[in-house]
Design a protein around this ligand. Sequence first.
Ligand SMILES: N[C@@H](CCC(=O)N[C@@H](CS)C(=O)NCC(=O)O)C(=O)O
Length: 217
Amino acid sequence: MALPKLYMFDASPPSRSVLLTAKALGITLDLIRLNLTKADHLTPEYLKMNPQHTVPTLDDNGIIIWDSHAINIYLVTKYGKDSFLYPEDPYKRAVINQRLHFDSGILFPAVLKVIMLFVRGQANSVPAEKAAEIQEAYEFLEKFLEDRQWMACDNVTLADFSLISSVTTADVLVPVDQSRFSKLNTWIKRAEGLPYYEANKHGLNIFRKRIEGLFSS
Ligand SMILES: N[C@@H](CCC(=O)N[C@@H](CS)C(=O)NCC(=O)O)C(=O)O
């Protein structure tokens, strides 16, 4: 069996969440880096695999899955059975799923809208209404952390991997205010202490440099 292939882009938060999951599970992935600015994700071959042309996409020996949240659940259920990252307990799993949907439906889209404005040259600072959307997401996240150290359970789970990659990206655009969001800040520091956190840090630094480059040009 060949290593599972991951088509990805370092700066992309969803790609980084899959890297975190793979590292946490000890899975080696064959990373195929796409250059989105060169439209590597719009080739006929890629579109055949993933008509939504998003990264990341997983090819596990012919099993094709896209959407980072779906990929992460697949990796844990296939390679990390009974892992605390996605426990079988129905309630715990439901809370994790809710957080994953929050990332997918609320937080990441709010971040992506700002990134697209910058990439398309339609803005050179974060418009107030877009910043407000991200701040509102931070408010929800602060509440998720009301009585726990991690986003969904008492231990780190897949919810944290998706949310940390999005939040740290959002923080580059709309800094997480320490005085308003103290629990969120503490959670970020906690996640930065994970032994495999480098899987997010590397691409996050690339993202930060790109954004700084856009502003300075
Ligand atoms: N919900 C998706 C979002 C993926 C996504 O939008 N990725 C962006 C890069 S961060 C992308 O592929 N953009 C290129 C495109 O949509 O054509 C996931 O979690 O995988």
